[in-house]
Design a protein around this ligand. Structure first.
Ligand code: ADP
Length: 550
């Protein structure tokens, strides 16, 4: 039997950090301050990462210890991303928008010992740490240490002083196994309690390689990537590591996440790529209609995390900033699929039909759909079933400190059960029909809440809309539409129903509607259907069109 003559080689994030420092010293991360950028080069990131690692050594941070961040997307956060996994510790990115109960649960579950916090959100963290007896050190970044109120078991440090005077090189350990833990991230809990997913050096390395390949995002050193998706949400879709792999410039919005400052930042930074969930782009589009601005410097806008409304794709085509639709989850690092039309499709309308799908799986992700008994279903573009995925950056379990298996029902023969219902076409294009929990079951038929939302939002007077299934005496469940419309006169149910008559089968047209000024959003900016459901159940919406019980 002939053996390969190739060497081994360990995929480690320390190698990646050193590579970016030496090969792309001119590469930059740029953080918006509200009026200008403050820049840091990859060479400086490498130096500061070394300094931070030395300082963390001084606190006794060892292999596998959790170092948490409670921070916006900014230069300092990038330094922590570089330092912590490279020294063999585990970076835990805490979500800034969790409820206090969830935040305290996660802090204790992850057993965080050290936390780096942006001063602007330090008061919030103080309240959580008061209930987290395991925390020992808090390091305040970008502001005064006084912004954090420490309980007596915590020592507070100022970041600049903490790293000052430390050596700017670090002898990163060479024996960290590529399969060991690098970053810990909790799911945002849209559909239940947060669950911990632990990425490895290997999974992040392979994911970053794909982000720089044309089967992924196609990021290169000629790009400037605006990462609006938070660094506390699935590692900002893996972008902080992907830019280090290819020398792309990274633009960080810090806490300036509203459409107006985002657009001001874009005018100044002229990114070529940008990444965020649809609700962010919905706001940006509305602002652009009110105050036109050229955003054609964006060669591609990567949108995922929730289904992209078809009208949004059309709107951004008009802005000359084409949207590329992608699907993923915290559990999938997150790149699970990406919608690029097949070769040879030149007609824009034909291409559009592919762009609205969730796309094809990249080479290292295997996908399949299965029925309720777990039998594989055909890729015929019509049969729908639960989507299951597997691959080197798909989680095979959830983190449990006691080593017990958590949520075994989420896994099936080594595949992750996504909880999404999908179809797959013969040429490999996956289309998410809905989340299992969101499908509306009405009189024995199914309605996809995603498709109905798309149809409702294709009416230009609808700014935002979400659809949930609500109890109905006759049909078990019927759709309820919660919408934000342009003006009071647009809160006209009959007009909306007439609009839908051409778009969806008659039996799907919703009877119940409510109009509000804002739809509740989750901690990562998606429509919060859980909140809409419970508010509906409490009678918290003024519902029009409720059919009389029979
Ligand atoms: P959470 O489940 O807490 O929202 P995630 O960010 O991990 O946290 O969300 C993953 C889910 O988001 C997927 O299972 C899917 O339901 C939804 N999703 C992500 N991208 C898309 C997309 N492009 N189209 C439709 N749904 C999507």
């Amino acid at each position: 039997m002939i053996q390969s003559t190739m060497q081994g080689g360990n995929l480690s994030l320390a190698t990646l950090v050193e590579y970016s420092r030496k090969s792309f010293p001119e590469g930059r991360v740029r953080t918006w301050t509200g009026s200008a950028f403050r820049d840091i080069s990859f060479a400086e990131i490498g130096e500061q990462a070394a300094q931070l690692a030395h300082a963390l050594d001084g606190l006794g941070v060892g292999r596998g210890d959790r170092v948490a961040t409670f921070m916006w997307n900014n230069n300092e956060h990038q330094v922590v991303y570089a330092a912590v996994p490279s020294m063999g510790a585990v970076l835990h990115t805490l979500n800034l928008r969790l409820s206090p109960e969830q935040a305290v649960f996660i802090l204790n579950h992850a057993d965080d010992k050290v936390i780096l916090v942006d001063a602007s959100v330090a008061p919030m963290l103080s309240a959580y740490v008061a209930q987290a007896p395991g925390v020992r050190h808090v390091i305040v970044v970008n502001g005064p240490v006084e912004s954090f109120t420490a309980p007596d078991w915590v020592t507070v440090h100022a970041y600049d002083e903490f790293i000052a005077g430390q050596p700017t090189t670090y002898n990163w350990p060479g024996d960290i196994d590529e399969r060991s833990a690098a970053v810990l991230c909790y799911t945002s809990g849209t559909t239940g309690d947060p669950k911990g997913v632990v990425y490895s050096h290997r999974s992040i390395y392979l994911h970053s390689l794909t982000a720089t390949s044309t089967t992924g995002v196609g990021l290169s050193n000629r790009d400037s990537m605006l990462a609006i998706v938070p660094m506390f949400h699935v590692m900002s879709w893996g972008l902080p590591y992907a830019v280090m792999m290819c020398g792309a410039t990274m633009i960080m919005p810090d806490r300036f996440l509203q459409p107006e400052p985002l657009l001001a930042m874009m005018a100044e930074g002229r990114p070529t790529l940008a990444a965020a969930v649809p609700t962010i782009w919905q706001g940006v589009a509305a602002r652009l209609h009110a105050a036109p601005q050229d955003i054609s410097h964006l060669r591609e806008v990567i949108v995922g995390g929730a289904a992209v409304p078809h009208t949004m794709i059309r709107a951004f085509d008009e802005f000359n900033a084409p949207i590329t639709h992608a699907w993923g989850m915290t559990e999938t690092s997150p790149l699970g699929s990406i919608a690029r039309p097949p070769a040879g499709i030149d007609d824009p309308e034909e291409a559009f039909a592919y762009r609205v799908t969730q796309g094809r799986f990249p080479p290292l992700v295997a996908g399949r759909i299965v029925d309720d008994e777990g039998n594989e279903l055909p890729w015929d573009g019509e049969t729908s079933g639960e989507l299951e995925v597997s691959g080197p950056w798909i989680t095979g379990a959830y983190y449990q400190p006691d080593g017990n298996v958590s949520a075994p029902d989420k896994f099936h023969d080594g595949w992750l059960r996504t909880g999404d219902v999908a179809t797959i076409s013969p040429d490999g294009y996956m289309r998410i029909v809905d989340r299992t929990k969101d499908i509306i079951k009405t009189g024995g038929e199914w309605i996809s809440s995603v498709e109905l939302e798309n149809a409702v939002m294709s009416n230009p007077v609808v700014l935002e809309a979400t659809v949930i299934g609500v109890p109905d005496a006759k049909w078990d469940e019927r759709p309820f539409v919660l919408a934000v419309v342009a003006s009071e006169a647009d809160a006209d149910i009959e007009a909306h129903k007439a609009f839908l008559a051409d778009l969806v089968p008659r039996w799907q047209i919703p009877e119940r509607w409510s109009f509000v000024t804002e739809i509740p959003k989750t901690s990562v900016g998606k429509f919060d259907k859980k909140a809409v459901r419970s508010r509906y159940a409490e009678g918290g919406y003024e519902v029009f069109g409720e059919p009389a019980p029979e």
